[in-house]
Design a binder for this molecule. Structure first.
Ligand SMILES: C[S@@+](CC[C@H](N)C(=O)[O-])C[C@H]1O[C@@H](n2cnc3c(N)ncnc32)[C@H](O)[C@@H]1O
Length: 345
């Protein structure tokens, strides 16, 4: 690939270089701000998963333009090291680890941030369900840190994947924020399921105590989670149904229940077929083969011979006509070869 091919293909990549942003992602935050004005009035911000630093650049530039106040504070964190950015305190660490979270919080020293942003993305594995899960865990780690450092009414912006379980994340975020939006900036490729939650009006449930003891960080579930109280730990009623005279499902009972005593007198065992067997059970083919005696060991080795000679495993090769007789003697038809291929090859 030539040096200029990415420049040609991607206008935002080109513009980022022209305007001095470290990554094209800068435009995503700028476009979110254009729409939601999330940077208005912000003097303290946290940038989670910040490397190489284009969102921190946007924060530094915009907040410094809009404020003369000495109290500007921007803290940026990433697994990777970053080159320095004016006015940005940089930390290196994993945001899913308690020590990193504690480090970020210590930089606020009792003060609160107006805004937390997180553009975090785990290394994509290509397994969609796993990628979606890892992304949601990163977002929950960011939310956890946010509950410690964000002031009431503050804002939180984070990358999400708009995948199957995203509504659960929205519901979780809605417990903490008055407004939750899903934003897709123009600079985020349409072909990608990437989007950003824009959460405004931080408003934790009454009595909620920010804690790092959530399932993500906890080492001893029993010690940590089971000690939480109030809205931090929701308990739902456990209801046992049925009275004590019901059969115990963990016990094995005699076939003839009459053996259990007078109460079951006359209750003799009688075999009955299942009330409604499955219509297309996975084992249907196996039952058919078994009935035709085609699952015997010696038969399977005959099928294997025919399979190999007929070239059934080689889609490009036509079946060999010389095997026709052998097939007949081995009771092997195309169905059997197919079943053989799916089970043994
Ligand atoms: C898309 S990049 C962020 C780009 C950045 N917003 C910018 O504008 O330059 C995603 C970043 O998430 C970071 N990351 C992924 N998992 C992380 C974790 N558990 N803790 C901290 N950073 C993480 C990666 O190291 C990577 O630098």
């Amino acid at each position: 690939m030539g040096k200029t091919s990415k420049d040609k293909r991607d206008i935002y990549y080109r513009l980022a270089k022209e305007e001095g942003w470290r990554a094209r992602s800068a435009f995503k935050l700028l476009q979110i701000d254009e729409e939601f004005k999330i940077l208005d009035g912000v003097t303290k911000a946290v940038d989670l998963c910040a490397a190489p630093g284009s969102w921190s650049q946007v924060l530094s530039q915009k907040l410094n333009e809009r404020n003369t106040s000495e109290s500007l504070k921007i803290v940026a964190v990433d697994l990777q090291p970053m080159s320095p950015i004016y006015g940005v305190t940089q930390l290196q660490g994993d945001i899913t680890e308690l020590s990193t979270a504690t480090n970020i919080i210590s930089h606020f020293d009792g003060e609160k941030a107006d805004l937390v942003v997180c553009d975090g993305a785990p290394d994509v594995t290509g397994l969609h369900a796993l990628d979606e899960y890892l992304q949601s865990q990163l977002l929950l780690a960011a939310l956890n840190i946010t509950t410690h450092v964000l002031k009431v009414d503050g804002s939180f912006v984070a990358k999400i994947f708009r995948a199957r379980h995203v509504t659960l994340l929205y519901a979780q975020l809605k417990c903490f924020f008055k407004e939750v939006y899903c934003a897709k900036p123009k600079s985020s490729r349409q072909s990608s399921c990437e989007a950003f939650v824009v959460c405004r009006g931080y408003n934790p449930p009454e009595g909620y105590t920010p804690t790092m003891k959530n399932p993500l960080f906890c080492e001893d579930y029993d010690q940590e989670i089971n000690q939480l109280a109030g809205p931090n730990r929701v308990l739902v009623p456990f209801v046992a149904c049925g009275d004590l005279s019901g059969f115990d499902s963990d016990r094995t009972y005699p076939l003839d229940l009459s053996e259990l005593g007078e109460e079951f007198k006359g209750h003799r065992y009688e075999y009955r077929p299942v009330v409604q067997p499955p219509t297309e059970p996975a084992y249907k083919r196996a039952v058919q083969l078994k009935k035709a005696n085609k699952l015997e060991k010696e038969h399977i080795s005959k099928i294997k011979d025919v399979y190999e000679k007929s070239g059934s495993g080689d889609k490009k090769r036509a079946p060999d006509s010389s095997t026709v007789d052998e097939r007949a003697s081995a009771l092997v038809d195309d169905d059997v070869l197919g079943a053989f291929a799916s089970c043994f090859v």
